[in-house]
Design a protein around this ligand. Sequence first.
Ligand SMILES: Cc1ncc(COP(=O)(O)O)c(C=O)c1O
Length: 429
Amino acid sequence: MQFENTREFARQLDKDDKLSKYREEFIFPKVNGKEVIYFVGNSLGLQPKSAQKYVDEVMKDWAELAVEGHFYADKSWWDYHERFSGKLAKVVGAKPTEVTVMNTLTVNLHLLMVSFYRPSGKRFKIICEEKAFPSDQYMISSQVRFHGYDPEDAIVEIKKREGENNFRTEDVLEKIREVGEECALVLIGGVNYYTGQVFDMETITKAGHEVGAFVGWDLAHAAGNIELKLSEWNVDFAAWCSYKYMNSGPGNASGCFINEKYHNKKDIPRFEGWWGHNKERRFLMEPEFQPEPTADAWQISNAPILAMAPYLASLEMFDEVGMPALIEKRNKIVAYLEFVLHEIDKEVDSTFEIITPADQEHRGTQLSVFLHGEGKELFRYLMDKGVITDWREPNVIRLAPAPFYCSYEDMYEFGQILKKGILSKQKVN
Ligand SMILES: Cc1ncc(COP(=O)(O)O)c(C=O)c1O
């Protein structure tokens, strides 16, 4: 499609957009009395209007039923989490039994490493990407030390090539083959938080298995953003947070995928608690742990219902719309944003560079833009004008137009604000 950088053209795209009505289902903060242009759905998604109703429902059940709410609330609490599995399974391409909701992301990655990082003999190394999200670096390093190894010896980082912005799949595969039988685990962020690059999870998972390693993925920036086929790709485990593209609310519960081939495997250890116990017998309070025959066996504590209520509200919208429609709009709106950026680049003295892969196969919703010169000043200008982006050192703003609630006109408007910001700065200098 031939794009045009005009308001009329952007408005026409919005008119033709089947998802445009969903914008009304979200609450936008305001700056200077105007709804913001929200580019940080990759950090914290906007609040769906239906979230309040779901929370109120739990508050009402708690007030009226108190402890009886566990069994007699309309959405009973003892099995509240089960309402997520089927719908989440569709989002991540898994079987409902392979998906569970519990805890928060880093906690879950630690718990999954109890099962899938069991170094012994020669096989003790973990392969991850360089400059992984800091929490992943701390998590991996502390796991390695917990097992008595030195992170210097046990952590192998995949590097980008000199002068390149993104990782090459061939380099990941080569590193996996090089570490070979010393590799215990490959654990990478499926979508890189800094650049928005999407890794070839299927190929990398296969390569990890070929050297006898487990392969897990941190899907914080992938869930609700890109197409995932965790079962088909034969991924061993994965975890993601829900507060980014999945719009569940700050710090909300994480989702986990555990491949069904491990559900009943006795030699896969696990930290256990009563919510992972056979649900038919949970309240018999028996001393011996009998695991649920699903990913729920990894659950430890009873679910935080009040926190999960807004997540359920959001997940139901995902189920209604479906990932294919979201991805179709995502591709178009990101392509339009990219076009607008290039158009503005032509109109001003070039001051920025998109470091996210240009091909749709290797990116999702996020475009990371490297600002040359006084980048932070421009970032502040945008924030003051109601364009909410985020800043990552040394000089990057990340723009993620979530397809659920961002409009094409937002992209056009952003371009105009950006141009003014750059021109006003160039005049001053
Ligand atoms: C890639 C990635 N991994 C891990 C985390 C940490 O998540 P949490 O604080 O929910 O454990 C984040 C948070 O933004 C993230 O982006």
